[in-house]
Design a protein around this ligand. Structure first.
Ligand code: AMP
Ligand code: GLY
Length: 417
């Protein structure tokens, strides 16, 4: 069979790596993919030079090559309506339509849906006008969370501990239009450990995968700006299984059902970014796609055949995934300066000697050398019977990589080991 993965980062590398283990022996095409994906052992992986946003060309490629299953990584491709086009053409695709993907693309849509269906989340208000937002801020004060209503690659959120910080964020988003002209959601500040719950969804069917925890801040001790994620691990011992089960029953299943009722039934990965507060799990955000880097630790834990699972979910067949009883922990190596300005093209030495699992987030190969080609560059995954073992395994791999222009957090998993 033939599968097509859309995207070019570590998440798509992990999806390709896992799909390559399927007993269905898929031929794997990745558009556009990255050179690191060619290092997947014993696999047929072909890179297809089509941009992930070129829906028309991707559709043509899938039709011409009779692709049996398409999986989509990046949110932008979803918002472009790639699933709508593939569905219209009768091509099986494990991804939500652009209408369903609004659960990620529009904070307001997600918040309104949660309010209407009593799905636990932080109290919130939406503003378009700076003066109104500012007077609301004066009324409620800090701490408060300010979120740009739209896609900002995980960077449009400011957790403001002071009113000054909050005001600066409002000015940035509503007066200077830093992310484009839009709205902001101002939200109650919640506290508690966070976790990412990825579920495979088709209509009302919800198949939970194991949870992971992501480290969103750039620097050690959870300091510095928010990023797309600097490391992740699974399992997450601070979150009891009964709270995960509760979240599946009271958050993920009702959300999938709500989307069906609203006429935009969801297919694909519905990702709950959840916080375990004193009152129980609450939604911080939903994503309409695989998390990055969560996917890179969740899929290694998965024992079941991932290709078969996706096909079964698409067919509304019951799916009971099995997982390895092992711990996985991964560390991002990012270009210095990320998530702000950073350079590209730095040579990465010794990569081929690393024994750990390495997913390429932003690399390219030139004249036999690996070069950095993005903000987040590599993701090194350690494994072991315990998280501590997984952590030392991961850092052993990280330290073997030689590229002084990259940095990484030294404390991934610090609360858990
Ligand atoms: P988001 O992009 O919505 O996931 O937000 C990024 C990060 O900001 C989250 O992972 C949280 O750490 C933090 N955050 C978002 N919303 C809240 C909230 N209501 N209370 C506290 N922290 C939040
Ligand atoms: N790691 C967070 C995300 O994928 O949005």
């Amino acid at each position: 069979m033939k599968v097509l993965i859309i995207g070019r980062g570590g998440r798509e590398h992990a999806i390709a790596w896992k799909m390559a283990q399927s007993t269905l022996n898929p031929q794997i095409f990745v558009a556009p993919g990255n050179e690191g994906m060619r290092t997947i052992p014993n696999a047929f992986v072909e890179l297809v030079p089509i941009d992930e946003n070129n829906t028309e060309e991707l559709l043509r490629f899938a039709l011409d090559n009779k692709i049996d299953l398409t999986v989509v990584g990046p949110e932008a491709a979803l918002m472009n309506g790639i699933a709508n086009e593939f569905q219209k053409a009768g091509l099986p695709i494990f991804a939500p339509t652009k209408e369903a993907a609004q659960i990620e693309g529009s904070k307001q849509f997600a918040k309104d849906l949660m309010a209407k269906y009593d799905i636990p989340t932080a109290a919130f208000k939406t503003f378009e006008d700076y003066d109104q937002a500012k007077s609301y801020l004066d009324e409620v004060g800090a701490p408060i969370v300010i979120k740009y209503d739209g896609l900002a690659a995980g960077k449009g959120v400011v957790v403001a501990m002071t009113a000054e910080e909050a005001d600066a964020a409002l000015k940035d988003m509503l007066l200077d239009n830093h992310f484009g002209k839009g709205k902001v959601v101002m939200e109650e500040f919640l506290q508690g450990p966070e976790f990412s719950l990825l579920t495979m969804v088709n209509g009302e069917q919800v198949v939970p995968l194991v949870i992971a925890q992501d480290h969103k801040r750039a620097y050690d001790g959870d300091k510095g700006p928010n990023t797309g994620g600097m490391g992740a691990y699974s399992p997450v011992p601070v979150i009891p299984q009964e709270q995960i089960d509760w979240a599946v029953e009271h958050i993920m299943k009702p959300t999938a059902a709500a989307l069906v009722k609203e006429g935009c039934s969801f297919c694909g990965i519905l990702y709950g970014g959840l916080m375990l507060t004193k009152e129980g799990p609450k939604v911080i955000e939903f994503n309409a796609r695989f998390g990055d880097p969560e996917t890179e630790v969740v899929l290694p834990k998965l024992k079941s055949d991932f290709v078969q699972m996706m096909l079964d979910v698409l067919d509304h067949k019951p799916v009971t995934p099995e997982f390895f009883d092992k711990a996985f922990l991964g560390v991002v190596l990012a270009a210095k300066g990320y998530p702000g300005k950073y350079g590209k093209g730095f040579e990465i030495k010794n990569l081929d000697t690393v024994k750990q699992l390495v997913f390429h987030m932003g690399t390219k190969r030139e004249d036999g050398k690996w070069l950095s080609n993005g903000g987040r560059v590599l993701f090194v995954v350690g494994q072991g019977d315990t998280l501590r073992q997984a952590q030392s395994d991961a850092y052993e791999g990280v330290k073997a990589i030689d590229c002084p222009e990259l940095f990484y957090r030294e404390d991934i998993g610090w609360q858990a080991v």
